[in-house]
Structures are given as C-alpha cells and as structure tokens.
Design a protein around this ligand. Sequence first.
Ligand SMILES: CCCCCCCCCCCCCCCCCCCCCC(=O)SCCNC(=O)CCNC(=O)[C@H](O)C(C)(C)COP(=O)(O)OP(=O)(O)OC[C@H]1O[C@@H](n2cnc3c(N)ncnc32)[C@H](O)[C@@H]1OP(=O)(O)O
Ligand SMILES: Cc1cc2nc3c(=O)[nH]c(=O)nc-3n(C[C@H](O)[C@H](O)[C@H](O)COP(=O)(O)OP(=O)(O)OC[C@H]3O[C@@H](n4cnc5c(N)ncnc54)[C@H](O)[C@@H]3O)c2cc1C
Length: 662
Amino acid sequence: MAGQVNPDLAKERENASFNTQKLTNLLYGGAEKVRRRRYIESLAFSDPAYSGDEDPVFMSREELYSSQLKRALTTVQRVKELNITEEDLSTYRNAALSGGMPGLALTWIAFIPTILQQGTEEQKQKWLKPAQDLSIVGAYAQTEMGHGTFVRGLETTATYDPSTQEFVIHSPTLTSTKWWPGGLGKTSNYATVMAQLYTQGKCYGPHNFMVQIRSLEDHTPCPGVTLGDIGPKMEGNANDNGFARFDHVRIPRENMLMKFARVEPDGTYVQPASSKLAYSNMVYLRGTFVMSAAQALASASTIAVRYSCVRRQSEMKPGEPEPQILDYQTQQYKLFPQLAAAYAFWFAARFMTQQHASITGSMEKGDMSGLAELHALSAGLKSYTTAVMSAGIDVCRMSCGGHGYSHASGLPALFSTGTSLCTAEGENTVMMLQTARYLVKCFVQSQSGKTLSGTVAYLSAVQPSPVSGERNMSDLGTQVTAFQHRAARMVRHAALQMQTEMQKGKSREDAWNSCSVLLIKAAQAHVHSFVVRNFAETVQTVEVEESVRAVLTSLCQLYSLHGITEHAGDFLMDGYLTGRDIDAASSLLSAVLAQLRPDAVALVDAFDLHDKMLHSVLGRYDGRVYEHLYQWAQKSPLNKTEVHESYYKYLQPFLKSNRAKL
Ligand SMILES: CCCCCCCCCCCCCCCCCCCCCC(=O)SCCNC(=O)CCNC(=O)[C@H](O)C(C)(C)COP(=O)(O)OP(=O)(O)OC[C@H]1O[C@@H](n2cnc3c(N)ncnc32)[C@H](O)[C@@H]1OP(=O)(O)O
Ligand SMILES: Cc1cc2nc3c(=O)[nH]c(=O)nc-3n(C[C@H](O)[C@H](O)[C@H](O)COP(=O)(O)OP(=O)(O)OC[C@H]3O[C@@H](n4cnc5c(N)ncnc54)[C@H](O)[C@@H]3O)c2cc1C
C-alpha cells in the first residue's frame, strides 16, 4: 500500500536497542549539525531544477555530461540565491549532484585546493575568487600518458626565459601528454599543470604552474594547446577526464605557484623548506578520500542491510515461513564487517582531518617536523580504507543476489565509482609502500634508542617476544594490543629481512624490491592497527548515551575480531596469540554477529543517507522494493515501444527467411 513502510523493516526499527538519532548526532558532530545538514539537503532535493532528469544509467555519455554540467551550474546560481555558506557548500553540492560528478567539480575538488595549498597570498587574491565564482573553470593536470605514479618522471617541461620573464610549457613526447585530469577534456579553461622546472640550465623537478588552456571568449583551445576527452571509463562518465598537449606555450613568471619554491625574475631558483611541499595538495586530497571511503561503504551497507531484511528466501526450519535473509549467519558475516568498517573509517577520517589541520598549522609556522608522519598516515589510510571499501561494496552487491547485479540496486555504480579511489590520487600499492618506507625508518630509529611518538609510538613500546597466558579476547584493550603486536612484528620482520638482503650484497633498492610484499603487508597491518585503536578509543571516550556506546562497542568488537580471525596466521606466527585465543575470537565473533543482528537496520539508518543520495531501489528507506523494481524497469529505453525497431530490421527478416526454409 502506498505510503507504508515494509512491515519487516518497520519491526526492525521498533526493536532497536538504541536511539538512532543519537548515533546520527554523534556521527555528524551534534544535533544542530544534523538538522542543518538535512535542511540544506532538502533545499536541493525539493528544487525542481534538479528533478526531471532520467536515471543516469539510462543516459548516453553526452546526455550525462550535459545534464550534470547543467546541474553543476544551477548549484552555483542557487548557492548565491540561497546564501549557502562555506560550511554548507559541500553538503549542498553533494545533494544536488548526487547523480554523478561533473568535470566542473574538479574546480572545487582539486583546482581551488591547489591554489590554496600552493599559491602565495598574492596568487590566492588573483585566482581564488574567479575560481570560486566560476568565472574561470580549472583542472588539476598532473598525470601524463606515460607517468602517473612517478611524479619525478613527468616529462612536461616549464623552461624559464629571463628575457621575457616567462615560462615555456612544452610537451616534448607523446607520453608527456597530460592524460586523465578531470574536467580537462571539454569544461575547463584553466589548469594547474605539473611540469619539470628548468631555469638557468638546471632541472629542479616537478612544480605547479597556472596555465590558461581555453579562450575565455569562445572556449576554443589557446594557441599551442591541444585538448580533448579521453573517452568513456568504467564509471564517472559525466566527467570529461581529458588530455592536453602544449607546444611551447608561454605563461608569465607569476603563474608559477610560488608559496614554497620560487623563481626570481633573473631565473634564480629559491629552494622550498622541503622539496615535497610541491605535493601538499595530494596529501590533502588523499586525506579527504578516507571520508569518501567511509561514506561509500556506509551507502553500500545501508542498501544491503535494508534489503536483507525485506528479502525472504529459502527455508530455515521445515514448514516455517521463509526467513529474512539477514537471519542467515553467513549473510551477517558478509555484511556486518562492512558496516563496522564504515564506522571505523568514519572515525579514522575524523582523526585524519584533525591531524591535517594540526600539522599544516605547524608547517605554516615553519615547523616541518610533522610532514613525514602526515604523508605516511594519509597515504596509508587512503590506500587501506579505499581498498577495503572497494572490496566491501562488491561483497554487499553479491549479498543482494541477482537484484544486486542490476543497476536498480545502485551497487554497480557505487562500486565502479568507489573503486576509482584505489587508483586516483596515488595508486594504492604505491601509497602503502610510502607508508612502509616511513615505518622502516621509524623502526631503525627505535633500534638506535629513539623514542617514537604519534601513530608509530607503539613500534618502540611493543615487545617482540611472545606473551604467554590466557587472554580475555573480548576485551578491547587486549584486541588493540594484539593488533599493535602484529604490526610491530611485521614491520620488524620486513625491516630485518631487508637488512639481511643488503648484507648478502644487494643494493638498498634491490633489497627494498625483493621485500616489498612483506613491506606492504607490514604497512597494511600498521594502518589496520591504527584504525582499530582509533575506533576503540572513540567508543570508550566519546560522550554519548550508554545504549549507543554499547552498540558501538559491539561494532568495534566485531571489526577487530573479524580482523583477528581473517588474519589469524599473522597473530599466531610468533605465538603471541594461541590457537585457543583464535578459537575464542571466532566464538566471540559469532556471538557478536547475533548480538548486532537486531540493531543492524538502526545502525545503517544512523548514517542518515537520504534515498536521493543512495539511488537504490533495494536500499529504499521504506523497503518497498518489489513495486519500485517493477516501476524502475519500465524506464528502460528498450521498453519505450512494445516491439523494438530491431525486430523489423533484423529479427523479422531473419525469422521469415528461416521459416521459409522449413
Ligand atoms: C554524503 C554521502 C554520499 C554517498 C556517498 C557515495 C560516495 C562515493 C565515493 C566516491 C567519491 C567520488 C569522489 C571522486 C573524486 C575523484 C577525484 C579524483 C581526483 C584525482 C586527482 C588525481 O589523481 S591527481 C594525481 C595524483 N597523483 C598522485 O598522487 C601521484 C602519486 N605519486 C606521488 O605522490 C609521488 O611520486 C611518490 C609516489 C610519493 C614518490 O615521490 P618521490 O619520488 O618524489 O619521493 P620518494 O619516493 O623518492 O621519497 C623521497 C622522500 O619524500 C617523501 N615524500 C614523498 N612524498 C611526500 C609527500 N607528499 N609529503 C611528504 N613527504 C613525501 C618520502 O617519504 C621520502 O622520504 P624519506 O627520504 O625521508 O624516506
Ligand atoms: C577516476 C580517475 C580520476 C583521475 N583524475 C586525475 C586528475 O584529476 N588529475 C590528474 O593529474 N590525474 C588524475 N588521475 C590519474 C591518477 O592520479 C593516476 O592514474 C594514478 O596516480 C596512478 O598512476 P598510473 O595511472 O600511472 O598508474 P601506474 O603507476 O602505471 O600503475 C600501474 C601499476 O604499477 C604499479 N606500480 C607503479 N609504480 C610502482 C612502484 N614504485 N612500486 C610498486 N608498484 C608500482 C602500481 O601499483 C600499479 O599496479 C585520475 C585517475 C582516475 C582513475
């Protein structure tokens, strides 16, 4: 019946052990913030300018590009009309553009942050306002056809000419063609271009330059610039990821982003405090991916958990009604770890944001001591959370059976969008190796007696020797220590293995490569341990009602026990945990699955993701899946006519000629 909530879902909500709203308040930083967020979202959801477009999955690439561009421009207009503040901006934009990210959005995601991170005060004055008002539209053009990961290997050159006080931007080879930047293909008229800086005959490595690429009058490419779209991708096809080639394009000296490094009018190069400051915008963006990973996994678990309460299948006990599929323990084992990881990553993202603000604050004052840790933490967390998210969304998809494979579920698009975060902004393996590099360095320092601090402090505190005796595996403190022990042992093992390889005569680089699988695993264990510890500390210290703390504690237990049982070998390796401990962890895990079962729907509801953000027939808040599945299928372009034109073109003549032969 219209308007009613599916009775199974309604019952789940009635039976929850805690107040969903209180948990939502905790996630979003307070009741007022939740109210504000909902209000801002409602402005977009109720705006007729954003409704009316058909479902993006039924659109062609060109329709998708145009419709999302139109939407994005509408948001700019509405932001002014509605006086949307800086604080509410991303909430409003996400709600208005939830059907897919247009190329224009890279101005907000990457172009403006690069000006902010890399520009001098003067440069910010010059470009920020036009970029914010969209009188210029920008891309972040770093990756080339031949190099993405290895930034030092980029081939585009920026050669300083002191006679005119200009840089000459040039693409010397085919592989130096800028390839991938979002919004570069058709939308942008400016780009920050990463290029090898040459001055006074010397190369100083990659630096950022502001380059106008299209006419502000008619949008045609500027002289010497060749531009285009790189073609359709797995997802994100509203975005015109593009290519660019530069043929000796001249830009003023002032267009080098000079917050850190500088080139004087006579061509003298002035060193930055660290050459890696040219990468600060990447560090910032990676940090933001942790929250994107949490939100994507929250969306997938919301869809799959709600659907698993609506869906009834098979027979558990002969003669009894078919059970909700969430009552199968195996279904809980698939979904609850994804749900728990979404919470864990949400809290990790919060930590990341605070760390970024605090360390960059110190760096502004000239203290560069936190730079290495910030880089290692953001690279590792980005890599770990996006990898778990990508795999987790697919688990959620498969847990929805056949309907999960349909675009109606929203899960295929969520997966193919989410998985791009494993590659973009630093490929995950490479990022994890950066974290490993930092960990090995810290390990060596701790060996020589240095006390470590921050997220690696435990490396010097944890004893490598096995601890004997019975453990209470349900204790969060015990679990956290076990994770730290595992990480410390693996870091130590990888570092010592490297030393052994070098003692056998290998160069440091060869030893690194031959140990890189160990190194990756050690770095993953480190990040995993950090996420568990941060989750445990959050649930133990946060000010919240006891019923909410209780359910979060179970969720944290689940996240950590799941990690221990899935990686049992790592914990058993040196006898730190025993077979009995692992058995105890497995039994506890089964008990926690059952304990969380009645709260599963309330836990996903607490993410407070509106149906218009989820884009999922299966994940609807009202659970009225079947009638909407039927309605959704009616929109398939193949259903526009009763008999498709291909019948007359191909099938009818074929059938006729076949029949004639009979
Ligand atoms: C609300 C709910 C909703 C529902 C939710 C639904 C949600 C849906 C979810 C989906 C949301 C959709 C959103 C889509 C957004 C897409 C946007 C896409 C944007 C993508 C943009 C891009 O994709 S843009 C290109 C990025 N491209 C890279 O990212 C290159 C990586 N490559 C490097 O980054 C360097 O190449 C690499 C490797 C470091 C080596 O750099 P290198 O060779 O220079 O350095 P070395 O390795 O030699 O290291 C030498 C020493 O430098 C140290 N060091 C290195 N880096 C450092 C640094 N940054 N800071 C400090 N230190 C650093 C290192 O630690 C060493 O330190 P030491 O010597 O002390 O050990
Ligand atoms: C959706 C999307 C949006 C993007 N948007 C932008 C953008 O706006 N601007 C922009 O400039 N770029 C953008 N990119 C490009 C992106 O940043 C790069 O694709 C990414 O940095 C990876 O580089 P690559 O493609 O060269 O991969 P490669 O480095 O060629 O990686 C291929 C494989 O080689 C391995 N590998 C490479 N180096 C090492 C190593 N040192 N050790 C071990 N293994 C290694 C990797 O792990 C990987 O398995 C985007 C990409 C995507 C997918």
